[in-house]
Write a protein that binds this ligand. Structure first.
Ligand SMILES: NC(=O)c1ccc[n+]([C@@H]2O[C@H](COP(=O)([O-])OP(=O)(O)OC[C@H]3O[C@@H](n4cnc5c(N)ncnc54)[C@H](OP(=O)(O)O)[C@@H]3O)[C@@H](O)[C@H]2O)c1
Length: 246
């Protein structure tokens, strides 16, 4: 099974939702190449927990804000595992500097990491490999605003349209879809000062925040043949939270 099982690249697999995606896809039998940026220790802990021999899971460092990063990653996946069948783009950055003080460089860095990297990664994978399905992690922030998050929100809205454009361009060979999570319990969100967990829990119709595994389950579906007739869509996975934001 190992030598022939499909290969997936998870960009931003060391923390939060990306780590949940790595766990799920590894458990489903994929061979996984994932990336970390600032947290090699989290990547190493995942390898030790899931695949200490490194037969079906490897992490490599990557700064996706560097335009050379995405293409190099695709080449690395093919070199290491011989093929590439799917991509999940989880990596993202957020800058919550007060809006009136946000510099153009900071704004552009968010767009470069969240949007340009997704474009370069999906294009490289679609043109250089036999990838058949890709998933980008967007956010309900593509539609709803929060304080001092304009660059992040603009990047997530751009990802939705990028998903549609690339899905059209690379069909029928490659399907490309997005997931728009609501509030997810991750290391980052739980550590954020003033994170309104109790308020969110009361507000979410399904009565709890998402676990990374909830988002990973949708990613697994979108990579699988069960979603063979879905492309260019953004699926909201938010426990109904966005039903209440109008
Ligand atoms: N958490 C939520 O409530 C929520 C809600 C909606 C959407 N989302 C979206 O879900 C995705 C994952 O979010 P998360 O909350 O799980 O975030 P997270 O825990 O902060 O993880 C982000 C991942 O991206 C990597 N990363 C950050 N900057 C990078 C860069 N410049 N180059 C390469 N990799 C980089 C991080 O690597 P290191 O950890 O190694 O630095 C990490 O693996 C993001 O697209 C986010 O916008 C999250």
């Amino acid at each position: 099974m190992t030598a022939t099982s499909p290969v997936v690249l998870v960009a931003g697999g060391s923390s939060g939702i990306g780590a949940g995606v790595v766990r799920r896809l590894h458990g489903d039998g994929y061979r996984v190449l994932a990336t970390y940026h600032r947290h090699p220790e989290r990547a190493e802990a995942l390898v030790q927990a899931l695949d200490p021999d490194g037969r079906r899971l490897a992490f490599v460092p990557s700064d996706l804000a560097d335009p050379a990063g995405p293409g190099a990653l695709v080449d690395e996946a093919v070199e290491r595992f011989g093929r590439l069948d799917g991509v999940v783009h989880c990596a993202a950055t957020i800058d919550t500097t007060p809006l009136d003080e946000l510099t153009s460089e900071a704004f552009e860095r968010v767009l470069r990491t969240n949007v340009t990297a997704a474009f370069l990664l999906l294009r490289a994978a679609a043109t250089r490999t036999t990838m058949s399905s890709a998933v980008v992690i967007s956010s309900i922030a593509a539609t709803y605003t929060g304080p001092d998050s304009a660059a992040y929100e603009a990047s997530k809205a751009a990802l939705s349209m990028l998903t549609r454009s690339l899905a059209d361009h690379y069909a029928p060979r490659v399907r490309i879809n997005a997931i728009a999570p609501g509030a997810v319990e991750t290391e980052r969100s739980l550590a954020a000062e003033g994170f309104p967990r109790a308020m969110l829990q009361r507000r979410i119709p399904l009565g709890r925040l998402a676990e990374p595994a909830d988002i990973a389950a949708t990613a697994a579906f979108l990579l699988s043949p069960d979603s063979a007739y879905l492309t260019g869509q953004a699926i909201t996975v938010d426990g109904g939270l966005s039903l209440k934001l109008t």
